[in-house]
Design a protein around this ligand. Structure first.
Ligand code: AMP
Ligand code: GLY
Length: 423
């Protein structure tokens, strides 16, 4: 088979590694890919948003399967362009990707179908939002309705902050039209868990759990980022929690989307909060998490292409999804200053150290191949993942492996996986 991966981050590199291990794949392409993916795939310089060029490339090169990694093209309907041409694509159509593309849509869906989540109100008028806040309980959470690079969520501790938040989102339009509408949501407390699920429109199969670290600094301080590190599995995601989520969240979400005429095929990422009243949905994403994919996929035993094909064919019920009985930890190596200003273009040393090490991975995100070698080219530069027999060993291995890589401006959190000390 010829397979095309759309995207160029750490998530797509993790997908590319799994695809390269598949016995079904003869040739791998990526658009646009990155310097790490280029070792496994032929990278073509097409934007993830350019549906016409992607489809033309797939046709011209007889691509058997296209996998769309990021949220933006999915929400914009790039999968639909493939479906219209009768091409096989892994990733939800636009009318299903709305579950990530509009927080108001997903909140209304959960309410209509009794899927546990925080209480909320939707506003498309700033004055109405401001007067609602006057009597609301604090802290409170404001969310831009649309995509905002994972930064459209504001946790407000008091009325003053909340009012300023409404101004930021709706009046100053910091996230553009994503903030034309906002969700104001009850603040929840508890452990957060990410569960990524394969979906075929009817059936849904959760993968092993993971936990992300969204804040830039140790101790969950600093600004929200795309994610600074992950571990898998989450010791807090017990069998009891899993049973509850399967019955009350995963399958009901699939059924709800079907009932709405929005059959969901691809990855449904459920961001969960394990509250005192039980697990509740924080958010849905319509794709693999990044960096969640960088710990979950290395632990997956199945051939990823077989599972994706089963999703497209509506036969996921025939798949026995299996994960290794171990753990993995991913530490993101970022450019100092991320997620705000940072310099780039620094040479990265030590990447080769990973070549002959089983159970260790270096996934590229913001990197570029130049005549000086591979250089830093983004905020999140690399994801260093290591496996271990348990979370403690995986964490020690991952931090050891971060020492193999060296570049000017290297920044990482030193407390990825700290939560496992508290279990
Ligand atoms: P989201 O992009 O919706 O996952 O939100 C980003 C982060 O904000 C989440 O990972 C949580 O840490 C936090 N968050 C979102 N919604 C809530 C909520 N209702 N209560 C508490 N924290 C929240
Ligand atoms: N790591 C969170 C996300 O991919 O949205």
């Amino acid at each position: 088979m010829k397979v095309l991966i759309v995207g160029g981050g750490g998530r797509e590199h993790a997908i590319a590694v799994k695809c390269s291990e598949s016995k079904l794949v003869d040739k791998l392409f990526a658009a646009p890919g990155n310097a790490g993916i280029a070792k496994l795939a032929e990278c073509v310089d097409i934007s993830v948003m350019d549906a016409d060029k992607l489809v033309a490339f797939a046709k011209d090169n007889n691509i058997d399967l296209t996998i769309i990694g990021p949220d933006d093209p999915l929400v914009a309907g790039v999968a639909d362009a493939f479906i219209r041409e009768g091409l096989r694509v892994f990733g939800p159509a636009k009318n299903a990707a709305i579950i990530e593309g509009s927080k108001a849509f997903s909140k209304d869906l959960m309410k209509k179908y009794n899927i546990p989540s925080a209480a909320y109100e939707v506003f498309d008028n700033a004055n109405a939002a401001l007067s609602y806040l006057e009597t609301a309980k604090m802290p409170i959470v404001l969310k831009a309705d649309g995509l905002a690079l994972g930064k459209g969520v504001l946790i407000c501790n008091n009325l003053e902050e909340a009012k300023a938040g409404v101004k930021t989102l709706m009046l100053d339009k910091q996230f553009g039209t994503a903030g034309d509408k906002i969700v104001i949501e009850e603040f929840m407390t508890g452990r957060e868990v990410s569960v990524l699920c394969f979906c075929d429109g009817t059936h849904i199969k959760p993968m092993t759990s993971a936990q992300d670290h969204k804040r830039a600094k140790d101790g969950d301080k600093g600004l929200n980022t795309g994610g600074m590190g992950t571990f898998s599995p989450s010791p807090f995601y017990t069998e009891e929690v899993d049973k509850f989520c399967k019955e009350k969240i995963y399958q009901p979400t699939m059924d709800a989307m079907k009932a709405e005429g929005r059959d969901f095929t691809g990855i449904l990422f459920c961001g969960l909060m394990l509250t005192e009243d039980g697990p509740k949905v924080l958010e849905y994403n319509a794709r693999f998490g990044d960096p969640e994919a960088q710990v979950v996929l290395p632990r997956m035993k199945n051939d990823i292409i077989e599972v994706m094909e089963a999703c497209i064919d509506g036969k996921l019920d025939e798949v026995d999804l299996q994960f290794e009985d171990n753990a993995a930890v991913c530490v993101i190596l970022a450019s100092d200053g991320y997620p705000e200003h940072y310099d780039k273009g620094f040479v990265i040393n030590g990447l080769d150290t990973f070549d002959d090490k089983d159970g260790y991975y270096v996934f590229h995100a913001g990197t570029k191949l130049t005549d000086k070698g591979i250089v830093t080219n983004g905020g999140r530069v690399l994801g260093v993942t290591a496996k271990g027999d348990d979370l403690f060993k995986a964490r020690a291995n991952a931090y050891e492996a971060t020492k193999w890589i060296d570049f000017e401006n290297k920044y990482m959190r030193n407390d990825i996986g700290k939560a496992i000390d508290e279990q």
